[in-house]
Design a protein around this ligand. Structure first.
Ligand SMILES: CC(C)(COP(=O)(O)OP(=O)(O)OC[C@H]1O[C@@H](n2cnc3c(N)ncnc32)[C@H](O)[C@@H]1OP(=O)(O)O)[C@@H](O)C(=O)NCCC(=O)NCCS
Length: 186
């Protein structure tokens, strides 16, 4: 049985060519605020933009509490060279019985379209469907979010369908694509 609490309590450090995925700390607030306050970045998300640094600090305090209780917790994505946090990737709603979870991600605008999130997602999928022992990782994006769909496709996820008016996002019911990757696909 996957130890979901243990996973979030000791989120593993993952490394790729350019990136380090590690738990957030409160000291990351200015870097997180830089992307969380950008309306162009949060447009397709359910939260944001953050209006003030304090909002980001509150968010990070909640994240650190979640690590401690083991109920949830995202990875911060840092540049390997400088340690600067440039985004976030998250295995959410982990279900030990069905061995599945949902992935979500966000990246600062200055780093878009350089293959960064594809690199991070590939590593998370490899870990989640390998060492961690999940059978399925799924991801959802608004159908207009072409960058997100491209990342999931490039990372080897399969588009399973279009969910009509699936969620209420930023004032309207929106259609979402659902993607997934299974352990038996490698
Ligand atoms: C989605 C997001 C994480 C992608 O990160 P990224 O590091 O730029 O992604 P990559 O560079 O690995 O890949 C992006 C792909 O999308 C494509 N793309 C970007 N904008 C596009 C657009 N408007 N139309 C079509 N394709 C687009 C790029 O060309 C690239 O594909 P390619 O390598 O085949 O050329 C980033 O855009 C982001 O943070 N967006 C805001 C938050 C968000 O939407 N998160 C996902 C919620 S489901």
């Amino acid at each position: 049985m996957i130890d979901v609490r243990g996973f979030y309590q000791a989120l593993p450090r993952l490394e790729t060519g350019r990136l380090v995925l590690r738990p957030f700390t409160l000291a990351d607030a200015p870097d997180v605020f830089a992307y969380a306050s950008d309306p162009a970045v949060t447009d397709f998300l359910f939260w944001g933009p953050h209006e003030a640094l304090q909002e980001t600090e509150e968010y990070l305090k909640a994240v650190v509490r979640q690590y401690q209780t083991g109920e949830d917790g995202p990875w911060g994505i840092a540049l390997r060279e400088t340690g600067k946090i440039i985004g976030c990737i998250h295995l959410m709603d982990m279900d030990a019985t069905h061995r599945k979870a949902e992935v979500g991600f966000v990246l600062a605008r200055a780093y878009h379209n350089q293959g960064m999130m594809t690199e991070a997602l590939r590593e998370v999928l490899k870990y989640a469907l390998g060492e961690l022992g999940l059978n399925r990782v799924e991801g959802f994006c608004v159908v207009d979010n072409l960058a997100s769909a491209a990342v999931m496709r490039k990372a080897g996820m399969t588009r399973e369908g279009r969910l009509r008016e699936y969620l209420f996002q930023k004032g309207a019911f929106r259609d979402f694509y659902v993607y997934s990757k299974l352990a038996r696909n490698g």
